[in-house]
Design a protein around this ligand. Sequence first.
Ligand code: ZN
Ligand code: ZN
Length: 354
Amino acid sequence: MKIAVSTTEQNLRIKEAELPTIEHAGAIVKILGCGLCGSDLVKIKNKTGAQNIVHGHEIVGEIVEIKINNKSIPFKKGDIIVAGHHVPCYKCHYCNNKNYSMCSKFKQTNFIPGGFSEYIFLSEDHLEHTAIKVPDNLSEIDASFCEPVACCVRAVKRAEIKQEYKVIIIGLGSIGLLMGQVAKHYGAYVIGCDLIDERIQAAQNLGFDENIKFETQEITSGYIISKCHHGIGTDQVFLTSGSKSSLDLAVKSVRSGGKIIIFSSISSPDAYIHNNEIYYRELSIIGCYSASPEDLKDSIYMLEKGIIKTDNLTTVYDFDDINLAVEDTIKNKIIKAYIKISQKNNDTSKEQYK
Ligand SMILES: [Zn+2]
Ligand SMILES: [Zn+2]
């Protein structure tokens, strides 16, 4: 089978690998396609990181072989599924406090070898806790948004939005565009902010209440503050951009007593929030990393019901063109890449996604 691995010379290399086998209980899943996540990009570009790694976790796949001990697992051969790549233990102190993504088992579990592969092995633990059958009315590409939407669901839950809140999403890449929709569903008035016109237009089309093009720190923060609660500032900022200036804008725009939800790594080493801003202004700063199995279930429900729309966010690439997908995403030519890897076993319409 073909897999895409990280290398030092170029972004990714497609190579042949052995098919995975079911060592213990679990399933072999034929990957129909896999979304390219911002976190994959960070790892692919970080050439000092481990090489020969198969990235990709936003999978949609077909179960082609299954062997399970736990009879309550509802899947069978032929089922089209999505699955979270990490499984919490549900026993440790982190899990007992719902910090599932901090659990050591969560961090250790993954797909074998990874989503950018023609086939993966999915453990029985994954099948029990993170795999979900794709509803018949959900398209393959919509289904591939299950994991990223689930991460946004988790962030919005942790933010504890109230109905009268005005929140701002700084960074309208695919995650920002999903986050705004989730925040709206939870009752907030949502303002989007970005530098790029096409992204502001996309937010407009997806039903954000208002959108602001970033100009300068002073102009843009002043404008945001003037829009919120008679000039006191926004209740919450969701930071879905990895630039230092977006962190500065977040601190300037949030009201005293407000909350900043950090949803992105920032490579700049001097990106920080000053102690006295947090202290004198009673700011709450929370991080939000990955999604729990419960969030995945909420996510697929919201996608199925059309609460979250993914129209026109995705550009589809053939598996052989995966490096082009990486480059186009980095250059902001596209919003979200979906790597089309295989056709369904019973599907002969090979040209369907081209
Ligand atoms: Zn992701
Ligand atoms: Zn745990």
